[in-house]
Design a protein around this ligand. Structure first.
Ligand code: DC
Length: 223
């Protein structure tokens, strides 16, 4: 059995993490949510209370250790040994993560760590640049897209379940802005790799979208 690399990229709310988690569970692979790593850097900088500048973020980055651990409830994210899995999902972090993740040294450090984690294969990694930059040699690349309405509804549901009040129109604006930022940045912008398979998840259930990916992965693993 081959231990392949499965890269799942796409914009916010396209269903990457939900499907990546299930695909990894089914194949007994390790699931790595790379967005959590950029969120962890953002949170660590926010806690310093300094202005958003490269210099301030790099100061924090220098002494920062981002750790990922697998648990029965999914991936847990650590900043210098502290479990920050809940805090990195706060709306304030979501609002500021795009500019932080666009900084060159932030990307260099995170990408290096991601490559180490995936070196032996047997992983499902989701993000924005996994199929293009982190693992251009990945055996399976999937690019998920969905309508802005479907994506805002999904994010809204997630936030409501955590007790936040939600305005769907605001969410649509926030998501579109983040897409624009992530797609237009200079370094490793969000884009579909030429050899990635695009799946529109707007009208698919998690089960349907994961089944498509699992079938594709099995064909490659068993070939
Ligand atoms: O997937 P997410 O919403 O948790 O990602 C948060 C941000 O991190 C996203 O707006 C862009 C950035 N990101 C990135 O630049 N590269 C990745 N591989 C993953 C996320």
């Amino acid at each position: 059995m081959k231990n392949i690399i499965i890269a799942i990229d796409g914009p916010a709310g396209s269903g990457k993490s939900s499907s990546a988690r299930v695909v990894a569970e089914t194949l007994k692979y390790i699931y790595i949510d790379t967005g959590a790593m950029y969120r962890a850097v953002t949170l660590a900088w926010m806690r310093e209370g300094t202005e958003l500048t490269e210099e301030n973020v790099y100061k924090v980055l220098d002494k920062l250790k981002v750790g990922l651990k697998q648990s029965s409830s999914g991936q847990r994210t650590f900043v210098n040994e502290e479990d920050v899995s809940d805090d990195i999902r706060l709306p304030e972090v979501t609002r500021l993560v795009s500019p932080v993740s666009a900084m060159e040294l932030v990307r260099t450090k995170m990408v290096e760590q991601q490559r180490e984690m995936g070196a032996n294969g047997g992983i499902v990694m989701d993000g924005r640049d996994i199929g293009t930059i982190v693992f251009p040699q990945a055996e399976l690349k999937v690019f998920l897209i969905a309508s802005i309405e479907a994506r805002a509804e999904r994010r809204g549901l997630e936030l409501r379940n955590k007790g936040f009040e939600v305005d769907i129109e605001n969410l649509k604006t926030e998501i579109s802005e983040r897409d624009r930022y992530d797609s237009s940045r200079e370094i490793s912008p969000l884009r579909k790799a030429a050899d990635a398979l695009e799946i529109d998840t707007s009208n698919l259930t998690i089960q349907e979208q994961t089944q498509i990916i699992i079938n594709l992965a099995k064909q490659i693993i068993e070939s």
